[in-house]
Design a binder for this molecule. Structure first.
Ligand code: FMN
Length: 325
């Protein structure tokens, strides 16, 4: 891999690399058939900040995610279907994240896969599916705890399967969970619990009341319900509703360091990157993933310096201006 590769070159090269590795799932922008994804992008692009060049400062992007130190406030969003990319892809991604000082969330997948990721030394959070078979939920939470994950969670938005292209699959595997199941699942583990797929103040308040320690504001790419409020639009209200009671992260459509700055200015603590991590793997395997995080951090530090923000906490005070033409 060319170590001078820029972020956009990395994404283009990653697409070719993924295709060459046999990856057939649609990737953005091809996957962006519904409204939430393009509106997320358009909304992010409509936000601007005023620089404070005369107050410029050296910036540090480090932070924590549920107490785990990270070099840049990003994490690899939960993904699945690793076997499609051969038996080394997940470990290569895990090693790249570890080298970058980042963390990995895992989606659908078995214990062996989880163990291989944990063995690389990268901190792992397991996001369990909302299985109709609730016993499986409890088994997977227990397994994640026993193997040394730093957090567990559930993508509550995936209860009616996923939308791939315009087809719904996995419809009968997952199901909506009762509040009682959620409360019991959260109480059943000593690990912090992450509720992923929150887009409303109601769900945010309920998740905190049930005991969640973190929330991911997410459209799940567009695999969950299409036409849900774009995550970046929903973010500020969720942040306000949750206050200091849980950490709030956001994902769906974030691609650059400046996208992360906007998310932090809107109140997020960290941003999930999923498709971009796949592309980074396609561009350069382990090194591509490490480079992605490095490029995001470099871009962030440049902008933070121009905003007079020495650290991520200072970004909370940055006022974004929306320009609608
Ligand atoms: C190949 C693939 C598999 C995914 N599998 C899961 C999963 O098992 N569980 C989950 O919560 N999210 C899953 N997601 C959704 C991502 O975690 C994330 O919410 C979504 O892709 C939006 O972020 P992005 O725009 O950075 O890709 C998956 C995404 C991709 C691309």
């Amino acid at each position: 891999m060319d170590d001078k590769m820029t972020l956009s070159q990395l994404y283009v090269s990653g697409k070719e690399g993924l295709a060459a590795a046999g990856f057939t799932r649609p990737l953005p922008p091809d996957a962006a058939l519904g409204a939430s994804l393009p509106v997320n992008r358009a909304y992010l692009d409509s936000l601007f900040f005023a620089p404070r060049f005369l107050s410029s400062t050296v910036a540090n992007t480090s932070g924590t995610i549920l107490g785990i130190p990270v070099s840049v406030p990003v994490f690899c969003g939960p993904m699945s279907g690793w076997s499609q990319l051969g038996d080394k892809a997940l470990q290569e991604i895990a090693r790249g994240l570890k080298a970058a000082g980042s963390v990995l969330a895992l989606g659908i997948g078995g214990s062996d896969e989880m163990q291989k990721a944990i063995d690389t030394g990268v901190p792992v959070a397991k996001i369990v599916k909302p299985y109709r078979n609730t016993d499986l939920i409890f088994k997977k939470i227990e397994d994640a705890e026993r193997r040394g994950c730093f957090a567990v969670g559930m993508d509550i938005d995936h209860f009616h399967g996923r939308l791939v292209g315009d087809a719904v699959d996995l419809e009968m595997t997952f199901g909506p969970q009762s509040l009682e199941t959620m409360r019991t699942a959260i109480a059943a583990t000593r690990l912090p619990f992450i509720v992923k797929g929150v887009l409303s103040v109601d769900d945010a308040r309920m998740a905190v009341e049930l005991g969640a320690k973190a929330i991911v504001v997410s459209n799940h790419g567009r695999a969950a319900i299409d036409c849900t409020l774009p995550s970046v639009v929903a973010l500020p209200d969720v942040v306000a509703a949750v206050g200091q009671e849980a950490e709030v992260y956001v994902d769906t459509g974030f691609r650059t360091g400046n996208d992360i700055i906007k998310a932090l200015a809107l109140g997020a603590r960290a941003v999930g990157f999923a498709n971009s991590v796949l592309l980074a793997w396609g561009a350069g395997r382990e090194e591509g993933v490490r480079r992605l995080v490095e490029l995001l951090g470099t871009e962030m530090r440049r902008t933070m310096a121009a905003l007079g923000c020495p650290d991520c906490a200072a970004l909370r005070a940055v006022q974004l201006r929306q320009v609608v033409l």
